[in-house]
Design a protein around this ligand. Structure first.
Ligand code: KG4
Ligand code: ZN
Length: 342
């Protein structure tokens, strides 16, 4: 039963290669979370092909939304708002979700709330952690982003560090491709790493002078490619599991080091991680230990809420809705949307 004051949000996410819709109650209770993944399709090309992604979104979006409403046992009449990711992401992919959300909100006469994709990833942490409230620091590591974000309050964010080149997930994907693991590389690299020695090869850990919270992963990626080439030229057999484990250790170490530096500087007592890479067990374990040592509460979403999904968009939209955020009929996709203050 819904109480009168309950806020039910239908959320839509289509920024990359997942067509997703969810129904979320009061920001933290997921009534449905439907994801139609395009991974099998993009695998054939070794990565996400933007035009194929848009075409697949337009094909799937109505079914996904219908399933989300059906699973939640809600009609459009019972929805208080329609939320949608409007950036950042692939423009053609975003446009499908934005146009759909606008059409539903217009037809059903419900308010429209545009959501920042990264804000969604951060808010995924609220869903399974009822205790978590701002302020906290969040490391968002996905295929497109590696950000250290200070969540000062609901809807109020300060990006304190970001990658200067490749995102962490992107580096995982590129190294996986070089080893011959295919797309998406992250989960396959993690699996292979379990069979390897993380101390077999010392790959570089990049630091950016005067910007201790920024990241750079193109150096470690190039170092792996050079190592593989060097072995090939010298006829030395490559132990792929050692390469994967050593690469993973280098990336995880940098992420955790920068995260803990920021935690100390900003004096936070809570730390969360988010995004596809946050489902990596080695990263979770290192973060858990580092936070425990410093008496910081550590939070992370379940893997299904780490990768792209619409439940996280519904969680973020709830707090935006409460703060009065409403978008008009002119809402557009913004591929390079910045995360900041409301
Ligand atoms: O958040 P996400 O689903 O999409 C973006 O917004 O980018 O993140 C996908 C990224 C991919 O690069 C994928 O390889 C990486 O997250 N990833 C992982 C793992 N699972 C997914 N990276 C490392 N270890 C994992 N277990
Ligand atoms: Zn994402």
């Amino acid at each position: 039963m819904n109480k009168k004051e309950d806020i039910i949000i239908l959320a839509i996410e289509s920024s990359c290669d997942e067509t997703a819709a969810a129904v979320v109650k009061n920001g933290r209770e997921v009534l449905s979370n439907i994801i139609s993944s395009q991974i099998e399709l993009h695998k054939l090309y070794g990565g996400v092909v933007p035009e194929i992604a848009s075409r697949k979104h337009i094909e799937k979006i109505n079914q996904v939304i219908e399933e989300a409403l059906k699973t939640a046992d809600k009609s459009l009449d019972e929805i208080d708002a329609v939320a949608v990711t409007y950036g950042p992401g692939l423009v053609g992919a975003l446009l499908v979700g934005v146009a759909e959300a606008k059409a539903i909100s217009y037809a059903a006469q419900k308010p429209l709330v545009g959501v920042h994709h990264i804000e969604g990833h951060i808010c995924a942490n609220y869903i399974e952690n009822p205790k978590l409230e701002p302020p906290f620091l969040c490391l968002v590591a996905s295929g497109g982003h590696t950000h250290l974000v200070l969540a000062k309050d609901y809807g109020k964010y300060q990006v304190i560090g970001r990658t200067r080149d490749d995102a962490a997930g992107e580096a995982f994907d590129k190294v996986a491709r070089a080893i011959g693991l295919g797309y998406p590389g992250g989960p396959k690299m993690e699996k292979l790493s379990k069979e390897g020695n993380p101390d077999a090869i010392l790959f570089p850990r990049a630091k950016i002078a005067d910007h201790p919270y920024d990241f750079s992963f193109s150096g470690v990626k190039s170092a792996v490619l050079n190592y593989l080439n060097g072995c090939k030229m010298k006829g030395i057999p490559v132990v792929e599991a050692d390469v994967a484990a050593s690469f993973q250790k280098a990336v995880v170490q940098v992420l955790v080091e920068h995260a803990m530096l920021a935690a100390r500087e900003f004096g936070v007592k809570q730390f969360a991680i988010a995004g596809g890479v946050a489902s990596n067990a080695a990263l979770r374990e290192e973060m858990r230990q580092a936070c425990e040592k410093r008496k910081i509460d550590f939070y992370h979403p379940s893997p299904i809420l780490c990768t792209d999904n619409a439940a996280m968009i519904g969680a973020a939209a709830y707090y935006e809705y409460l703060a009065g955020t409403r978008h008009g009929w002119d809402l557009n996709a913004v591929p390079n949307l910045k995360l900041g203050e409301r």
